[in-house]
Each structure stands twice: as structure tokens, then as C-alpha cells.
Design a protein around this ligand. Structure first.
Ligand SMILES: [Zn+2]
Ligand SMILES: [Zn+2]
Length: 357
């Protein structure tokens, strides 16, 4: 029996350490030698993430479905590591998306239908992923500044996009003429869209390491799910039960009794940031510190706290509120930022809650 409730405050039930749910680290977007412009086999790519403690990986090849059953897994395979069957639906100059947890290759006719607008191409990708019983994540919207908020907003059934992507050419932070992807996110959220922000590394190069290369380990998601299976992870993400990060780890990310609570896992963050693979966002000045911001419609900072812990009471005064953690550290003569982005809490009923028993 299924009871449906439309409730005014969406409670994603994220309680670190308070439920049977666990946190799983994963990357939804990576390439292999099979695409012709990356440098490492599916097996060796899988081993890279397995060795570094990830729990799941999507081998999201350009318009190719890599069946996980065909990938030889590491000989010392942990029981808390899985591949999620995926593909990067690559519609040329118009749009790319990860089809997450699919049964097979997305219908090639839906990749880049001729004469279609960018909105229609993204919509076709969503249908293509759904036909294969998966979910769609729109990838790197600021790559060549191809997908604006206006292109994305009308798409139906799209509930995830890459807020952060580790590839050096994707313009996460915009420029003097273009919005950052985070500004695009706030535009979409302000306009009523139900869309969650993903972070991935989109790695192509595992053999040469350098800022100019698309190396692994620069972005990932932490998903809170009942179990580690492709279905469980994919459904948890589709319902917003995750946070996106470029290096900052959280020990608390919860919404309870109309209050958002967030706390930094400092030891976990230090461990991640000691990796040679993470890349900070360069900023001209700052100081070594953690900051937590609560952000509402139009990207307005409703409250900012210096420190590693904060709470914020959500009220219907704002249609959504989301938390962002910024860690700043000195890097050479300048400073660099790392982030964790929690998903928004909605107060305007755009999320409907399904309780099953
Ligand atoms: Zn792409
Ligand atoms: Zn890609």
C-alpha cells in the first residue's frame, strides 16, 4: 500500500549516524580508452577508484554502454565497491548527460535529434535514460557555455545536473560574461525547478598528471542510501539524498524538525585534501578557515558562519534553502577554495513525498 503526501517541507532524512542508512562515495562520470581520447582501460580505471576507497563508479563512455559484467574487477575486490551501468549520452555541440543506472545503450536516435533545440536535445536524453530505466544527469553545462538556465529550465523530468566537474575546460566558475554553474543552479531553483547538484571528475587521463589534464579525483558525491546497489544509489541520488564535493567532507548533513544542520568532518577533509589529485578553486585572497553559508532564492546568502558547524531554521519565507561549506587554504602566493554543497530543502511543495509500507 502506498500513501502519498504532499508536504510543505521536504525532509530528505539525512542523518549521519542516526539511521540505518550509510554514506557512499562515488563518481558518476569517467572515461576509458574505448572512447578514443582517454588513456586507460576500463579495468585500470575501475582499479584506480577501488584503490582509493570509492564505493561506486560509473564508466560513462561517450555513446557507448560498458556492461559492468564485461569488466574484470580487481583481484582484491572489496565487498563495498560496485560499478553502476552508465553511459555519457553525447549530443555533440548541444548537450552531454550521464544516463545513470541504465539497462543498455541509450537509443542513438535520442542522442542528437536533427533540428532539435538544446532544450529538446536535453529532453531527448532524459527520455533515452528513462527508456533504459535510468536517470539523467545533465553534464558540464558551462563547457563552451553551451547550456544556459534558459535551455535547461523547460526540460521535464531532469532532476540532476553537474554543478561541479573536474575537467579543466568546463568553466565551473564562469567568467566576466557568463554565470558560474552555481549561479545557473540558483536561477533554476529560484524559478521553481526541482534539480540537484552533482560533482564528478570526468577524468580522461590517468597516465599524465597536471592541471591541464582531465585527471581523476577532483570531484565526487557522497550518497546516503540503504544499501550499496546500483538501484539504491541511483534512487537516492534522484531523490536528492547526497551532497556534492570538491574535497570538503561532512560529518553531519541533516534536515530535521525544519532545521538544516551541517558539520565538517575535519579529519576526513584533511585526508582528502592531502591527495595530490584534488584541485582547489584559486581565489586572490582569504585566510585559512571554514565558512558555512545558507543560501536562498536568487543565490542570496541568508546566513554565513565562520567555523565547522552550523544550523539554520527553514521557514516558508524562502522557497528553498541550501547549505554550502567553503574551506580556504593558502596555496603558494594565493589561496584556494574547496567546497561541499548540500542539496536544497524546498518549502513550496515542489517535492512530493512517497511513504511506502
Ligand atoms: Zn561530456
Ligand atoms: Zn565526459
Amino acid at each position: 500500500m502506498i500513501y502519498r503526501f504532499a508536504i510543505s517541507i521536504f525532509l530528505p532524512l539525512l542523518f549521519v549516524g542516526c539511521t540505518s542508512k550509510k554514506w557512499y562515495k562515488g563518481n558518476t562520470h569517467v572515461h576509458t580508452i574505448l572512447c578514443g581520447h582517454a588513456d586507460t582501460s576500463p579495468e585500470a580505471v575501475t582499479a584506480w577508484y577501488h584503490e582509493r576507497g570509492y564505493n561506486f563508479l560509473c564508466l560513462s563512455e561517450h555513446n557507448q554502454f560498458i556492461d559492468p559484467a564485461t569488466v574484470k574487477m580487481p583481484t582484491d575486490l572489496r565487498d563495498d565497491f560496485i560499478l553502476i551501468p552508465s553511459e555519457e549520452v553525447t549530443g555533440g555541440e548541444q548537450a552531454h548527460s550521464t544516463a545513470l543506472n541504465i539497462d543498455g545503450v541509450v537509443d542513438p536516435r535520442l542522442v542528437q535529434p536533427s533540428g532539435a533545440s538544446k532544450t529538446q536535445v536535453i529532453q531527448a536524453h532524459v527520455y533515452g535514460a528513462e527508456q533504459q530505466h535510468g536517470h539523467s544527469i545533465l553534464n558540464h553545462p558551462n563547457f563552451h557555455y553551451r547550456n544556459s538556465a534558459e535551455d535547461i529550465r523547460p526540460v521535464e523530468g531532469l532532476h540532476m545536473f553537474e554543478l561541479h566537474n573536474g575537467h579543466p575546460a568546463v568553466n565551473n566558475f564562469g567568467d566576466h560574461e557568463h554565470d558560474s554553474v552555481e549561479e545557473i543552479w540558483d536561477d533554476l531553483l529560484t524559478d521553481g525547478m526541482l534539480i540537484y547538484g552533482v560533482s564528478s571528475d570526468d577524468a580522461h587521463k590517468f597516465q599524465e598528471i597536471g592541471l591541464e589534464h582531465s585527471n581523476p579525483g577532483r570531484g565526487w558525491v557522497m550518497v546516503q542510501a540503504d544499501s550499496l546497489t546500483p538501484d539504491s544509489i541511483s534512487e537516492a541520488m534522484y531523490h536528492g539524498n547526497f551532497y556534492a564535493t570538491s574535497g570538503v567532507m561532512l560529518s553531519l548533513a541533516s534536515v530535521k524538525d525544519r532545521q538544516i544542520s551541517v558539520a565538517v568532518d575535519q579529519a576526513g577533509t584533511e585526508r582528502e585534501l592531502s591527495s595530490p589529485f584534488v584541485v582547489g578553486h584559486e581565489v586572490a585572497d582569504g585566510k585559512n578557515e571554514y565558512k558555512i553559508q545558507f543560501i536562498g532564492p536568487e543565490g542570496r546568502v541568508l546566513e554565513a558562519v565562520n567555523g565547522t558547524k552550523a544550523t539554520y531554521p527553514v521557514s516558508e519565507q524562502h522557497s528553498y534553502v541550501r547549505a554550502k561549506v567553503i574551506y580556504t587554504r593558502k596555496a603558494g602566493r594565493e589561496y584556494e577554495n574547496f567546497y561541499a554543497w548540500m542539496q536544497p530543502v524546498f518549502t513550496d511543495g515542489r517535492v512530493h513525498f512517497v511513504i511506502q509500507d
